[in-house]
Write a protein that binds this ligand. Structure first.
Ligand SMILES: Nc1nc2c(ncn2[C@@H]2O[C@H](COP(=O)(O)OP(=O)(O)OP(=O)(O)O)[C@@H](O)[C@H]2O)c(=O)[nH]1
Ligand SMILES: [Mg+2]
Length: 372
């Protein structure tokens, strides 16, 4: 059972997310209220409608396409007598199913615990009223709550420390690459835009590509030689973005997203066949600036033009139309990338890396084909 106030394409996207979380959508209820109601998020009339649909369809889950407060989530679960997920919990569920690498799992676990810690603090405040006897500050409820909170915070600190180590390792590797003067180009974009399809096409990799959200969680890097000469760069495939991406996730994935922040060039891959692609571009650009990559030069790559009638490969400066599936427009893309990264003299320097390389150009990069 889905509940949301969807604009164009939003409902289909929600269906995709729910399926990716291992659930099957059986019914949807539209909700258009502007100001949420404090106790149940939805008004009483709408709540009855949702309850009736839950009973009618026998749904075991109710997924709300909103951020619910812990109290609202608990009240809804009690009233609807089913498991209630909000948008953040749904995305966390997908990420937990998809994470494969060590740091991917760390990041997802950290995001989940951060989400849980807000639930614990505010969602369980009813227990704090269970005070003990004379002059006792807390009863059993409070003691348990404190204990849970402390355990949770301890675990969060442990995970954060492990991730900090991963981050240090990444930044050392980044410095080594800068010394080798190897340009880094990061593929960023909305989930399902075709980043991995393009990555595979350009580098000959065989990473999983599928018509589902968040197929890629673990960033990876490979060598890409755009022209038939000795110039090459390192291409990074990254986790996709989503409209209203929960902040817990953006924060937890900062080690992975650093790769975009420190890249010399971003290729913003857009699904041109998506009717909502204009809105998607804005949403992605917002996340790009939120993660501190707003200053990195960017080429907009309109992908999937084989599915758009009348679209032609190539395009104006700063953008290029391609199809990762058919290969149309890829020579134009290569040419744009090269002219952005290398100046006419042949040394790349028109777009100097943000911390200038110390050692002159030369030297091979030996970190190819590894997960970052
Ligand atoms: N028709 C067509 N389909 C494409 C093209 N590029 C990618 N696709 C399809 O789009 C879907 C998503 O592609 P991915 O490469 O997995 O997308 P992504 O951006 O990596 O997505 P996430 O990793 O999930 O964020 C797949 O079903 C691809 O086959 C294209 O140029 N044309
Ligand atoms: Mg991908």
């Amino acid at each position: 059972m889905l509940v949301g106030g969807w604009r164009a394409g939003g409902r289909e996207e929600m269906h995709g997310l729910v399926r990716a979380a291992g659930l099957w959508p059986v019914a949807a209820v539209e909700h258009r209220r502007r100001v949420p109601e404090a106790r149940h998020f939805v008004g009483q009339g709408k709540l009855q409608e949702i309850h009736a649909r839950v009973l009618e369809t026998g749904s075991a889950w109710a997924v709300f396409d909103y951020a619910l407060s812990p109290v609202q989530e608990r009240n809804l679960a009690q009233r609807l007598r089913c498991t209630v997920l909000d948008r953040t919990a749904l995305i966390l569920r997908i990420f937990a199913l998809r994470a494969r690498s060590y740091e991917g799992k760390l990041q997802v676990e950290l995001a989940r615990l951060r989400y849980l810690s807000t639930r614990l603090v505010r969602g369980w405040t009813h227990l704090e009223r269970q005070r003990g006897g004379i002059n006792l500050r807390g009863g059993p409820g409070e003691a348990q709550l404190e204990l849970d909170r402390r355990l949770l915070n301890k675990r969060i600190r442990v995970l954060q420390a492990r991730l900090d180590k991963v981050r240090v390792r990444y930044s050392e590797q980044r410095r080594a690459r800068q010394r080798n003067r190897t340009p880094i180009v990061a593929l960023v974009g909305y989930t399902n835009a075709g980043k991995t399809a393009l990555f595979n096409r350009l580098t000959g990799a065989a990473k999983a590509v599928a018509d589902k959200p968040f197929v890629t969680l673990d960033a990876s890097m490979r060598r890409y030689t755009p022209a038939n000469d000795d110039r090459f760069l390192l291409l990074t495939d990254t986790v996709g973005f989503l409209d209203r991406l929960p902040h817990e996730l953006v924060a937890a994935f900062s080690a992975t997203l650093d790769e975009a922040r420190y890249a010399n060039l971003l290729l913003h891959v857009v699904d041109r066949a998506d009717p909502d692609y204009h809105a998607r571009i804005c949403q992605v650009e917002q996340v790009i600036s939120e993660i501190g990559a707003g200053q990195v030069p960017c080429i907009r790559v309109y992908n999937k033009i084989d599915r758009v009638a009348g679209a032609v490969p190539g395009g104006m400066p700063g953008q290029v139309h391609i199809s990762a599936t058919t290969g149309a427009g890829l020579p134009a893309l290569a040419e744009r990338v090269l002219s952005q990264l290398w100046n006419p003299r042949g040394d790349w320097g028109t777009m100097a890396p943000r911390s200038a390389p110390v050692v002159p150009a030369g030297g091979e990069c030996n970190e190819l084909e590894r997960n970052i």
